[in-house]
Ligand binder design. Structure first.
Ligand code: XIL
Length: 538
C-alpha cells in the first residue's frame, strides 16, 4: 500500500522452477551449472557467454520510487555467489545474447563486484576488496538517483543510477560458478519512499482462447493433418504477455528455439537444466498445443565439456545415449515429436558433417544409435531428421534421401524429415519455389515418411517496402498451400512468429530485426499473416 513501506518476502515465491535452485527449509540452495553459450565454430577461441538462470515465474517486482533489496546468504569457504536484478531482461539466442539492463552483485570471500549492464556492450564494473564471513548480508538500494551497495551493514559502493531498474518489472537471477554452491537464507524488498510503491506478484501463464479465424482454428477445422507451428523462446514467453497471447491464439505446435539444445539443457556432466524447456512444455499443455522437441544429436550448441578433446569423463557414445534417454525420457508422452538428428550434412554438399563429437567418435553409426535410443525412451514419439538446403533436388537432398532410405531398410526408427526452409528475399537471390520442393519431397513421402516444414522464415534484410512484404506473403502462402495439399505434411512451422524477437537480427545490431516473420515487431500481423489465414480459410 502506498505510503506504508513494508517488507515483501521474496523467498515465498516459486523458486523451484529455476535451473540450479533447490528450495528447502533453510532457504534456497543455489548450485552453479555453468550455463552459457559457446561461440559459433568459426570463433571457437572466444569465451563462453554466461546465461545465468533467471526466475521468470516470480517474484516479479514492480518498483516505483526508491527501493531496497536485501539478502542474507551463507557461502561455503571459497565459494562465490551472484545476485542479479534485471530492469530489462536479456534475450538468449544460442550463439549470442542480447543483453538487457541489470545490476549484478558478485560476492566472493574477499571482494564484492558490482556490474552494471545496459544493453549491448560491455558492463561497467566496480570492485571492493573486503574479507567476508561465511554469513553475509548484502543489500542494493536505489535512492535519490543513486544505487548503493551495503555489505554487513556498511556501504561499500555507490554510483549514479542510469535507470537500470526502470521502468518495468524487476526480475531476479541467482547463480554461482559451476561446481560451487551457496544458500540464500532471506531475500526481501521494500519501498524507501513514502510516495513510492513496491508490489510483488508471481507470473501466471497466459491461457488464450483461439478465435474462429485464428490460424490454428482454421487449420484444425479445415486441414487437421497440418499443425501450425513456431519456434518459441522462454524469456519472451514468460515475460511478454502479448507474445504469449499471440502464440496461444494462432499456433497449435511449438518448437523450443534454443531451450532444449544440448548446452541449454545439459550444461555439465550429469547436471541438467530443465527449467526453460519445462516452461515451454507447461505452456503448450495449458494451451493444448503439441510440442516438437529440438535438437538431440547436433554438431552445434554443444557445451565445452562435450567438445573438449581432452575430456576424460564418459566416452562420447555414452554421453549421447544418456543425454537422449534423459531428455526424451523426461518429456515422454508430452513431446510428440523430436528432431533427433539435426543438420547431419555439410551446409551445401552431399557429405555428412564430420566435425561433431558424435561423428568423430562413432562415424555415421551415431545416427542409428540416436534414433534407436530416442525410440526406446519414448516409443510413441515421432522421430525426425531435420536439415536445411534440402528442399529441392540437389546433391544434399539426394544424400539425405539415400540416408533415409538406408535407415528404413535397416529397420531404424525414423518417421519423418524436417525441411527447414530458412529463406531470403533479395534482388540477387531467388528462394526455392514450392513446385521444386514438391517434386523433391515426393520421393521422401514415397518411402513412407512424414514430412514437415520445420523452421520457415523469409528474411527481407530489413527491406519492408510494400512490394517486398507482398512477395514475402505470397511466398509463405505458396509453401503453406503445398503442405495443405499434401497429406504427408504434418506441420507448417515457422522459426518464430514475431520480428520483435527474431533470430534473424544480428548480435552486432539488435535493432536490425531482419523482418522475416509474420508479425512485426509490434506484434501486428503482416501481409504474410493474412496470406496464411486466407489459405487456411479456403
Ligand atoms: C538458431 C536460433 O534461432 C538462434 O537463436 C541461435 O543463435 C542459432 O540457432 N537451424 C536450426 C536451429 O536447426 O536450431 C537454428 O536456430 C537455426 C538453423
Amino acid at each position: 500500500m502506498a505510503g506504508e513501506p513494508r517488507q515483501h518476502d521474496l523467498l515465498k515465491y516459486d523458486w523451484a522452477h529455476v535451473a540450479g535452485v533447490y528450495p528447502s527449509d533453510r532457504g534456497l540452495r543455489i548450485e552453479g551449472l555453468g550455463l552459457g553459450l559457446v561461440p559459433p565454430q568459426d570463433n571457437a577461441g572466444s569465451p563462453v557467454t554466461p546465461t545465468p538462470p533467471i526466475n521468470l515465474r516470480g517474484p516479479v517486482v514492480q518498483v516505483q520510487g526508491d527501493v531496497l533489496f536485501s539478502a542474507a546468504m551463507q557461502l561455503p569457504r571459497g565459494h562465490r555467489a551472484s545476485l542479479t536484478f534485471y530492469g530489462e531482461l536479456p534475450l538468449n539466442q544460442d550463439e549470442w545474447r542480447q543483453e538487457g539492463h541489470a545490476v549484478t552483485l558478485h560476492i566472493a570471500e574477499n571482494a564484492i563486484i558490482a556490474e552494471l549492464q545496459q544493453g549491448i556492450g560491455e558492463p561497467t564494473r566496480q570492485e571492493r576488496k573486503r574479507d567476508l564471513e561465511r554469513n553475509v548480508s548484502v543489500s542494493l538500494a536505489r535512492q535519490r538517483g543513486r544505487l548503493s551497495i551495503t555489505v554487513d551493514g556498511e556501504q561499500v559502493m555507490s554510483f549514479d543510477d542510469p535507470g537500470i531498474l526502470d521502468p518495468g518489472p524487476v526480475y531476479l537471477g541467482v547463480d554461482t560458478v559451476a561446481g560451487e554452491y551457496f544458500i540464500i537464507e532471506s531475500l526481501s524488498v521494500e519501498s524507501l519512499d513514502k510516495e513510492g510503491e513496491v508490489a510483488v506478484t508471481s507470473h501466471e501463464m497466459v491461457r488464450a482462447e483461439p478465435t474462429a479465424t485464428s490460424l490454428r482454428r482454421l487449420a484444425e477445422n479445415h486441414h487437421p493433418h497440418v499443425r501450425i507451428g513456431t519456434a518459441v523462446s522462454t524469456i519472451p514467453l514468460l515475460s511478454d504477455s502479448e507474445y504469449a497471447r499471440t502464440l496461444a491464439t494462432h499456433f497449435n505446435m511449438v518448437t523450443p528455439e534454443n531451450a532444449m539444445k544440448f548446452q541449454a539443457i545439459h550444461p555439465r556432466p550429469a547436471h541438467y537444466a530443465f527449467a526453460d524447456a519445462d516452461a515451454i512444455v507447461d505452456f503448450a499443455e495449458l494451451n493444448e498445443m503439441a510440442v516438437h522437441g529440438h535438437a538431440l544429436a547436433w554438431g552445434e550448441a554443444l557445451p565445452r565439456w562435450v567438445t573438449d578433446p581432452e575430456r576424460e569423463a564418459q566416452p562420447t557414445r555414452d554421453i549421447l545415449i544418456e543425454h537422449i534417454e534423459t531428455v526424451v525420457g523426461r518429456y515422454r508422452g508430452r513431446v510428440a515429436s523430436w528432431d533427433v538428428i539435426n543438420e547431419p550434412f555439410e551446409p551445401f554438399a552431399g557429405e555428412l558433417r564430420t566435425d561433431s563429437p558424435w561423428y568423430r567418435a562413432m562415424g555415421d553409426t551415431y545416427i542409428a544409435v540416436a534414433l534407436e535410443t530416442a525410440h526406446r525412451a519414448d516409443p510413441d514419439a515421432r522421430l525426425y531428421i531435420n536439415d536445411f538446403a534440402c528442399e529441392e533436388r540437389n546433391e544434399k537432398s539426394d544424400a539425405l534421401y539415400r540416408l533415409a532410405r538406408s535407415l528404413l531398410a535397416e529397420g531404424v526408427p525414423l518417421h519423418g524429415i524436417g525441411f527447414q526452409l530458412h529463406e531470403d528475399m533479395r534482388d540477387d537471390y531467388r528462394p526455392v519455389n514450392a513446385q521444386a520442393f514438391q517434386e523433391n519431397v515426393q520421393r521422401f513421402i514415397d518411402l513412407g515418411l512424414e514430412v514437415r516444414i520445420s523452421e520457415m522464415d523469409v528474411n527481407l534484410h530489413d527491406d519492408d517496402s510494400p512490394e517486398r512484404l507482398r512477395a514475402q506473403a505470397d511466398y509463405y502462402r505458396s509453401m503453406l498451400e503445398l503442405a495443405l495439399a499434401t497429406p504427408a505434411f504434418t506441420a507448417f512451422s515457422m522459426w518464430g512468429f514475431s520480428d520483435r524477437y527474431s533470430s534473424l537480427q544480428g548480435w552486432w545490431d539488435a535493432d536490425d530485426l531482419g523482418n522475416g516473420l509474420i508479425f512485426d515487431s509490434e506484434h501486428a500481423p503482416k501481409p504474410a499473416f493474412h496470406a496464411l489465414q486466407n489459405a487456411l480459410a479456403e
